[in-house]
Design a protein around this ligand. Structure first.
Ligand SMILES: [Ca+2]
Ligand SMILES: [Ca+2]
Ligand SMILES: [Ca+2]
Length: 728
């Protein structure tokens, strides 16, 4: 416990400081504004409420005058009403200090609850967009060659690109391109968010202006950017051959603004927005937002009833699972007895709740997830219904912000599912909402496992649009990675033997081979000029199905003899997190990172993955004394803390890694002590494998694995475990 706390504190001071600045807003407000990559966000915390606002659920038959009288007794007034539910938003003038505001709201709640006409009263809890990822849109490494042609720029914002550039990998992943043409019309999807930039050329034709429940006007223009991203993922319709396409480009988007320019809103606004959307012909409601009440509170019951009634009216309410990595749930379970705190409305049974997966169907590391019993602790979390791509997704943002960007999160995953739901409903118009949801789940690709093998701790499906629409084709699809930078690699030729059918990876690194013969065993050869080639054999084609293949292997640049490559591979999963390379110094880890500048290192971890360490100066490890790589899972500690290549004397380079084994710790899932949890190092000279070493189990925190020495072009495998730190 101490360890995890310490890690978090250190992470915030040492790691997030680069991307995340926590600013205290104006005195008297609890709002903690976060600045992430140049944008300011107001992210809802458990129990956080809008100052001076209390929600009253009156008993049926209570008059507005009655409520007005109660409010007046507290110098308050009725600010808003949802008549269908006898819900009143009471505003009391808030005092300046937050502590006083909190006391005031609690006192107001207590006072109101004494009235016999009041069924329930509670603070107007906040919601917000799920907390944005701190990870840069692309890897932290700034090397230009990490850019795939046509892919979004390093900053995640790009000029409009051709539709055919294929940098929307999520469309490849859900098999959008083999799912058939979009119908002439598809159900309308309400986007309850920060608004939508309806002037965006990819959206203008499809947006229906709804209502702005933040400012109470009829102009739901996006002031934040999040809602426009969701709208693009759902129903962008490319104009004049450029731009991007949504999953359901012939759906209309009903733009409903419930979140302000910093991404924050309230439960009351969300309830208003849901009711508005269902009354205005939206069949699917997209809620890429998240909030929390407090344990023991019944406040959620009004929100629940609004959603239950909406689902009963045959609507689908798609909800983001949240980007907490279940932080609150686990903390709460760990530090307090159940019932644990689940995100809302994600945790409500009738929400169609979506979590995020990445290129290889691993869970994106920050996505919330279901779990039964882990390491002997019963979590019993069961609120996620489906997974969908939610990592580095390219979509529209307001024109004033650049027009397009990559964003990651369960928000985008939810929007993808909303678009898929619209497509399924268009194809099967007689389906009920429940049948559409079941269709999306039952036709999804298996991705979860109770063992957490790919970051999921319960069986979840990842949406597959082609299958959901009943489309049929026989073949394979998958993604090819550049071994040097871990990013998807375009321009790779894929040849299927025996038929000789070929495909080429697109700008997203994805390929799709169709027209193969069912029952035939294929061998797929992947090759690209200046890169090596890799063959993936033994793949049996299945009738009417495009199989998702595991990545074939990294395709590495061809290297000459004398150029060494060290590849670490291990079986621990925290997808996405290791995708970033932080080139600054952790304050508790005494490695002067500046000295690593001569080495180009790019670790990446993925399913059965490979962490690659490669010197940037081919043929030499001389350029810097060592490279060190963080592989720190921090709250799912992987056991492998750092990898070190150390030049301890002239001409000799020692390859080390540090292993930790917190075997008594509750959070040590996936350390190297379990079956199959080995760490392996493979060392190549040019294209030739020179040696392989497999680590023994860590004997405790601070175990060091001395892998090998390189001296005078000769490799000597050491493969020794000890507790002595490498001699820096
Ligand atoms: Ca407005
Ligand atoms: Ca559900
Ligand atoms: Ca589930």
């Amino acid at each position: 416990m101490l360890n995890i706390r310490r890690c978090r504190v250190v992470r915030i001071t040492g790691l997030l400081a680069v991307f995340l600045v926590i600013l205290l807003a104006a005195a008297g407000s609890q709002a903690r504004m976060m600045e992430i990559r140049g944008k300011t966000y107001d992210i809802a915390e458990p129990g956080e409420f809008k100052s001076g606002e209390v929600v009253v659920r009156a008993r049926p038959g209570t008059s507005r005058n009655d409520i007005e009288g109660m409010a007046a007794q507290m110098q308050g007034r009725i600010k808003k009403v949802i008549p269908e539910y006898d819900l009143y938003l009471i505003e009391v003038p808030p005092p300046g200090e937050y502590a006083a505001q909190k006391a005031q709201v609690n006192e107001t709640v207590r006072t109101l609850e004494k009235f016999s006409q009041v069924k329930r009263a509670y603070p107007n809890f906040k919601v917000s967009i799920p907390k944005p990822s701190e990870i840069p849109a692309n890897n932290g490494d700034a090397k230009e060659d990490r850019q795939a042609p046509g892919a979004p720029s390093q900053q995640g914002v790009a000029a409009r690109t051709a539709v055919s550039s294929g940098n929307q990998w999520h469309l490849d992943k859900i098999k959008f391109h083999t799912a058939g043409a979009a119908p002439d019309a598809a159900p309308m999807v309400a986007v309850l968010d920060t608004g939508v930039d309806y002037t965006h050329p990819d959206l203008a034709a499809n947006v229906v202006l709804g209502w702005d429940f933040v400012d109470d006007d009829d102009d739901p223009m996006d002031e934040g950017g999040h809602g426009t991203h969701m709208a693009g993922l759902i129903a962008a319709s490319p104009a004049e051959g450029t731009g991007i396409t949504g999953v359901s480009p012939t759906s209309k988007i009903l733009a409903v603004r419930v979140l302000d320019l910093n991404g924050a809103g309230t439960w009351f606004q969300v309830m208003q927005g849901i009711i508005y959307a269902r009354d205005n012909e939206a069949r699917i409601i997209n809620l890429s937002l998240v909030g929390y009440d407090l344990p023991g509170s019944s406040a959620y019951e009004d929100l629940q009833q609004v959603i239950d009634d909406t689902v009963a009216a045959d609507k689908i309410v798609c909800v983001a699972a949240g980007n907490d990595d279940n932080y609150y749930s686990y903390d709460d379970i760990y530090f307090f007895p159940p019932p644990n705190l689940t995100p809302l409305p994600a945790g409500l049974a009738n929400a169609f709740t979506v979590t995020a997966s990445e290129w290889n169907d691993c869970r994106v590391y920050f996505s919330n997830y279901d779990a039964g019993t882990l390491s002997g602790v019963a979590y019993n979390l069961n609120f996620v219904d489906l997974a969908a791509p939610g990592w580095k997704m390219y979509s529209t943002i307001p024109i004033s912000q650049g027009g397009y960007a990559n964003q990651s999160g369960t928000s985008g995953a939810t929007a993808v599912v909303a678009g898929c739901a619209a497509r399924v409903w268009a194809k099967y118009p007689a389906y009920t909402a429940a049948q559409v949801q079941n269709r999306l789940i039952s036709t999804g690709a298996a991705t979860g496992s109770s063992s957490g093998g790919n970051g999921f701790y319960a069986a979840e499906k990842r949406v597959d649009l082609m299958k959901a629409l009943g489309q049929k084709a026989t073949g394979f699809s998958g993604v090819v990675f550049n071994g040097q930078n871990g990013l998807p690699l375009p321009g790779v030729k894929v040849v299927a033997t025996p038929d000789g059918i070929t495909a080429t990876t697109n700008a997203s690194g994805f390929y799709t081979l169709t027209g193969l013969t069912a029952g035939t065993t294929y061998s797929l050869k992947f090759s690209r000029s200046t890169f090596g080639s890799v063959t993936l054999g033994g793949q049996v084609a299945v009738a009417d199905k495009i199989k998702d293949l595991p990545r074939p292997a990294h395709l590495n640049k061809q290297r000459a003899a004398g150029q060494w490559t060290v590849l670490f591979s291990h079986r621990n999963f925290h997808p996405g997190y290791q995708d970033a390379v932080y080139t600054y110094q952790y304050d508790w880890w005494p490695i002067p990172w500046a000295k690593t500048s001569g080495l180009h290192f790019a670790p990446r971890l993925e399913r059965n993955g490979t962490v690659i360490v490669e010197p940037s100066t081919p043929g030499s490890l001389v350029a810097a004394p060592y490279a060190a790589i963080t592989n720190d899972d921090w709250n799912r500690s992987s056991g492998s803390k750092n990898m070190v290549i150390s030049q301890v004397q002239s001409g000799t380079y020692r390859i080390w890694t540090r292993l930790d084994n917190f075997q008594d710790s509750y959070y040590e899932w996936g350390s190297y002590k379990g079956p199959g949890q080995s760490l392996k190092a493979r060392i190549y000279n040019g294209a030739d494998l020179q040696g392989t070493a497999v680590a023994a189990k860590a004997t405790g925190s601070g175990s060091y694995w001395w892998v090998a020495d390189l001296s005078g072009g000769t490799l000597t495998i050491q493969n020794k475990m000890g507790t002595t730190a490498p001699p820096f």
